[in-house]
Structure formats: C-alpha cells, structure tokens
Design a protein around this ligand. Sequence first.
Ligand code: BES
Ligand code: MN
Ligand code: MN
Length: 462
Amino acid sequence: MQGINKYIEQNKNRFLEELIDLLKIPSVSADPAYSKDVLNTSVAVQKSLQEAGCDLVEIHETAGYPIVYGEKIIDPALPTILVYGHYDVQPADPIELWNSPPYEPVIKKTNLHPQGAIFARGACDDKGQMYMHVKALEFMVKTNQLPCNVKFMIEGEEEVGSDNLGIYVANNKEKLANDIILISDTGMIANDVPSITTGLRGLSYVEVEVTGPNRDLHSGLYGGAVANPINILTKMIASLHDENNHITVPGFYDKVENLSKEERAEMAKAPFSLENYKKALDIEAVYGEEGYTTNERNSIRPTLDVNGIWGGYIGEGAKTVIASQAFAKISMRLVPNQDWEEITELFKTHFTSIAPKGVTVKVTPHHGGQGYVTPIDTIGYQAASKAYEATFGKKPIPQRSGGSIPIVALFEQELNSKTILMGFGLDSDAIHSPNEHFGIWNYLKGIETIPYFYKYFTEMKS
Ligand code: BES
Ligand code: MN
Ligand code: MN
C-alpha cells in the first residue's frame, strides 16, 4: 500500500478528532430517551461515508433505527467487499463508576496503551472500530488505490438484537451481494500478538418471572407459611448448574460440537497467562466448568449466566416484606450446532417444570442468534492473515471468541457469504463496562491493516 504510513501520520489528528465527535453523541439503542441521538448518529455516519468517497449513501428507515448503506462500485467485474458495523452503543450505566463522563471523550495512557487510549462509551464497541473502515476507504479513494468494489452497511440496533437488520438483509439480497463480509467488532489477543476471530458464540436471552401470593406480605405474619418468590427464584437459578458447573437443563449439551484433542491442543498454543488474567480482574481464582481451561470455557463451551436479578425491597434501611414477585434476566451463550430457538424452548420447559407448587413461572424470550465459525482455508481468511503479517510483522493466530454477533450467521444464510472478523480491540478495553476505551495505536493499526486486506483479497480472488 503506497504511502499508507505517511497518510496516517499526516492525518492522524483529524482521524482522532472525527472519531471523538462521533463518540460525543450518546447513541444508546436500548433507551428510548436517546432516540434523537441515535438518529443524529446515523446522519453523522452517512456524512462520513460521503466524505470518505462513497458514490451513493442512503439512510434506510426501518421499524427501529435506520441502517446506513454506502457504496463505491468501481467495476462490477471486480470483487465486492461488504463492510458491516454498528453505530449504536450500550447504556453507560453505572455512570458513577466512570472516571470521566462517557460522552466526553478523553485520551489517557494506560499500561497496555502507552500511546494513549480514547475513553468513551462506544470507543471500541463499535464506533472506533467501524470508523477505521471509513478512514481506510478515505485513504484508498484519495490515493487511487481502491482495488475493488465496496459496500457499507452500518446499523443502529446491534446492541438490542438487530431485529430490523435481519429483515433488511432478507429483502435486499441483490443490493447487498458481495464476495466477502468484513467486520471489525471483536478483539485480538494483544498488540504484539495479533489474532483473527474465527468463531462467535450464539445467544439465547430470556427473562424469568416468579409470582407467589397476589400481593406483598408482612414477612412476620406470612413468612414461613407461603412460598417466597425471591427464595424460590434463587433456588431455581442455583439448580441450573451442578457441582461441576455443568448446566442442568435436559438436552442442553445434546448438539454441542465437541472439539478433538488435536484442536484443543492447537487452541492451547495461543499465549495466555492465567496469573495476569486473575490480576487484571482482582480475583484469587478462576471459576467454571470442570474439565476445561479458561480459554475453552469462554469460547468453545456454552454457558448460562444471570445478568440481572431483582424483586422485593431494595430501598434504604429495612422493610420486612415478602414480595409477590421476583425477576431475573438470563443469557445463555451457545456454541456451534446448538440452535438458539431450540435451547430457548428447552430452557423454558425445564425452568417451568422445576417450580414448586405455590408459585407460577413465566419465561419470556428476548432475543438470540446462532453462533458462527469461519474456516481458515479460504481466500478471505488467507487475505486477512497476509494483511496482518504486512502490518504487524507476524502471522495472526486464529482464535474463537466468546462474544456474539448474531447477525453474522444470518448473513451467511441470506447472502451466502463468509465473514472475516478483523477485530483490533483488547478484552481489557472494557466494552459494555464503565471506562470503555480504544487504544490509539489499535485504531491507527486498523486503518493501516484494512487496505491490505482489500489488496490481497482482490489479488487472490482474480
Ligand atoms: N461487539 C460485540 C460482540 C463481541 C465483542 C464479540 C468482543 C467478540 C468480541 C457486540 O456489540 C455485542 O456486544 N454483542 C452482544 C450480543 C447482542 C445480541 C446484544 C453480546 O455479545 O453480548
Ligand atoms: Mn459490537
Ligand atoms: Mn456490544
């Protein structure tokens, strides 16, 4: 790539300022209070794609937040790359745990980011990573080095399940036709250990509700004589794992893909320090399913976790009361071959069946999606691998991630194309947490690496 380093050096301050402007808009898709901001962000993304050199940029309205579509078709005979990303972000709360306000980006140095990192909600997930692609396009267009066609599809509902994107994709197969899908919405092992994400877990997210007596009761007058929904709910939840931390939902593991010894040995070669892992989280020990390593537990094994639990009196002081109802939100991360709708049904049946008489249980599915594994013997993976080699000076390690981007499996189903997950964030960048950040080095490295992918993919494809 002619002049990429010089171009980045000359423009990096502007690249940072533009990203900072984007991060100032609180595009929280989960909370309707921010709907204006989410819409404003879609317009900002549209503008940035126009300025970067797309010939056509449209805002496609949906029943929810709009999808920004952009394209630059230089020759229909050449390959087409479809870039996907999202401009919505997770809620910032608990806001009091941020060291600086989430929508007032600041640059600070950290141990892992000695050149500084931008602290703001969405810095890494996914505004920063999405914007690398916009700036990479700008470079290729401005220096006449765009080797193929490109389409952008940037959505505003990823953090709430991408329901409307699924409909859009199914209805626009021709418009979105492509040879490969490229996404930067995952991470890598470390700045000196580049990796490419080859797997994502599926997801089933449910809410459960346990109802006991028809009203809140005095815990002295009634306590001990009726089922307390909070006691019952916590007991039911505790029973969902056995003493080996296996999930007890019947049928849950039936379709789980079992990796061979060789595959597990290959995985174990990725550099990992359990000591550093524990230290970074301030924990004395790790915890999880018996018989598996930490890296296996968070990638190739399915899990079940309570994400929130509430009910009863949580105000100041003490109130002696037995609540009428108790609630919890539960996520199950799934692995290849587990079907999220089937798992949701299995959970529902089991959870309802373990409720004692005296309470009623309601299970409401929220959203979900299938997992994804990408083969590494493809042109797409090889082009990505060469791109990392060109800019990191070493071959990237293929690695499965524990996170989910449910729409990726749907892309394969509807558009019949594979996805390459070129993530430049670190697990320690605190996505979804207070003090989310994205290393400046990572941001610029992404902008540098992406054009090489375009180049190698086009060369290998023709
Ligand atoms: N970008 C993340 C997913 C991710 C992060 C995958 C890091 C791999 C490594 C995405 O925005 C996300 O948060 N996905 C949700 C699922 C969605 C349905 C809300 C998730 O994984 O919790
Ligand atoms: Mn994301
Ligand atoms: Mn996210």
